[in-house]
Design a protein around this ligand. Structure first.
Ligand code: DC
Length: 227
């Protein structure tokens, strides 16, 4: 049997977990799966289906009228497809973010996403990031990481990202949005953001991207069998 391992990476929005997970996956030559992109794509699906706004969603639709896939390329980019259409950019919109908790708070949808994620991770080594990967999706992951950063640092990073796109935003507005999202993520009845008891906590607030990368690659190498 092939020797494979699973790395579960959880943490709040803006902690840097996705970019670091991608870099680590590239370094280790394994697959990266972005679970948040799946919740985003399902939100986009219901937004489009409802003509732009919905209050509740019928999760039973998912199996039939809905197909979703993800590709992680050699150069470390992730593409997400909704019914074969590339929605990688569309799922990053503010409208998707505003509506996403209606999807991520739905138990049936979470079960659908969890089984999809488990299927995608079968028979190969993966790094998967999200909110409940180490607690719910892969409670038996070989390595669990909880990547964190203070709300101030996360807001500053977000402001810089916007600036690089030529957009000026207010740092306090961004910080408030971050606090609201943290609260939504932590207070969900199931699949809430929570550090697994056996996860390694990494605070990235005062580390560079390279420092975080070296640190987590070392943790993975120390803990994953078959690497
Ligand atoms: O990681 P992200 O910001 O792209 O995630 C988008 C949303 O999806 C976020 O509001 C929380 C939710 N999410 C979740 O509930 N469970 C996951 N495993 C991943 C994301």
């Amino acid at each position: 049997m092939k020797n494979t391992f699973k790395v579960a990476v959880d943490g709040p929005a803006g902690s840097g977990k996705s970019s670091i997970s991608k870099l680590a996956a590239r370094r280790l030559g394994i697959k990266y799966i972005d679970s948040g992109a799946i919740y985003r794509a399902i939100t986009l699906y219901f937004l489009e289906k409802s003509g732009g706004s919905f209050d509740s969603c019928d999760a039973s639709l998912l199996g039939d009228s809905f197909s979703i896939s993800q590709k992680f390329t050699e150069d470390g980019t992730t593409y997400t497809y909704l019914n074969e259409r590339d929605v990688s950019n569309d799922i990053r919109s503010e409208t998707v973010v505003k509506n996403i908790s209606k999807i991520s708070d739905n138990r049936q949808i979470r079960e659908f996403v969890n089984s999809l994620l488990r299927r995608w991770a079968e028979e190969e080594s993966v790094i998967m990031d999200g909110r409940d990967i180490g607690t719910v999706v892969f409670p038996d992951a070989d390595v669990k990481l909880y990547i964190d950063a203070s709300a101030d640092v996360r807001a500053d990073r977000r402001v810089k990202e916007y600036a690089s796109m030529g957009k000026t935003v207010d740092v306090n507005d961004i910080k408030n949005q971050i606090i609201i999202r943290d609260d939504q993520d932590r207070s969900r009845g199931f699949g809430a953001l929570k550090q697994a008891d056996d996860a390694v906590y990494v605070d990235t607030s005062f580390l560079t991207k390279d420092e975080v990368l070296e640190k987590i690659v070392q943790i993975i190498k120390d803990n994953a069998k078959g690497i």
